[in-house]
Design a protein around this ligand. Sequence first.
Ligand code: MRU
Length: 355
Amino acid sequence: MKQIVDIIQSVRLDDVEDSLIILDQTQLPNQKVYLSLKEVSEVWEAIVQLQVRGAPAIGIAAAYGVYLGAKQSVADTIEQLRDSFLETKAYLATSRPTAVNLFWALDRMEKRFLTDHESGFSIDAIINGLKEEAEQIRIEDEQICEAIGEHALTLLEPGMGLLTHCNAGTIATAKYGTALAPIYLGQEQGYQFKVFADETRPLLQGARLTAWELSEAGIDVTLICDNMASIVMSEGKIQAVLVGCDRVAANGDTANKIGTSGVAILAKHYQIPFYVCAPTSTIDFTCKDGHDIVIEERASEEITSQWYQEPMAPAGVKTYNPAFDVTDHSLITAIVTEKGIFDPNDLKRLSKSTF
Ligand code: MRU
């Protein structure tokens, strides 16, 4: 991108301090606070608490976490380093279950460890290799998001009204975002999209994050409550829906933030195209369909007492708080990846050609 639009970066390594710098997303939009994380446990906590969130960003943070763990290891031998590496990897893998990018990034770090180990590298060289790999994952994600933006933009026309759910923006990735990448790209090319952001209950990623980052970039964004998507669509204000995702199954079913499948059902009703934007690392061919995707369930307090100091629900009320839902592939018009635009029924083509 030409960088006319000032795009925020939320995850990076501080080379001098050897620490992971993240934009604390729990404090947005009120405060722009950067945290410097040095311990693996801090990285784990930041992922669990959603201080760093969004499938690609979680993967990048975990990759840096593995490097920080290796750097701090007191291993005298490569075998000891490998044991401590595997322990760190297993620990970080327990942070969140749904976004496959986390596991993908951790596996990629392990592959790098093994390759360097087999090449006879010293402890220091292996640790340096892990740093390089984490950096590479971040840099590649930026390029991937840009490519997703370019492909997705071919599906859109200037002046369109676009609806998005949750936050699949620059702060959920290395840069640009997935679902928001074509919006940034379009902004640079004068497309003048009108973006509608679902607030995204219960944690308000749409209100706190999407509305914030698009406003910061000078993009026309209107915040709506989740239950307003239908009226906005019925009024003809939406010409396409763009969302990100946390895992795509082999049959094209996709898991994304809770509420996404409802938006897809509405889009089908109103005959509005529904696009899922994601890097190919989000496709998990080990999941046959959406039933195989593990859905994270989070604390009831997120529903009962997040907004006000006072409880918002009667004490002890039963709650159910799944953080994601699965959108059936039949509701998805196309899955836009860095390798092009795919029919959700035809992901096998991608698996054969590129994996
Ligand atoms: O719980 P979150 O905020 O991490 O959920 C994030 C989403 O659902 C995003 O849409 C998804 O990770 C894609 S981010 C490019």
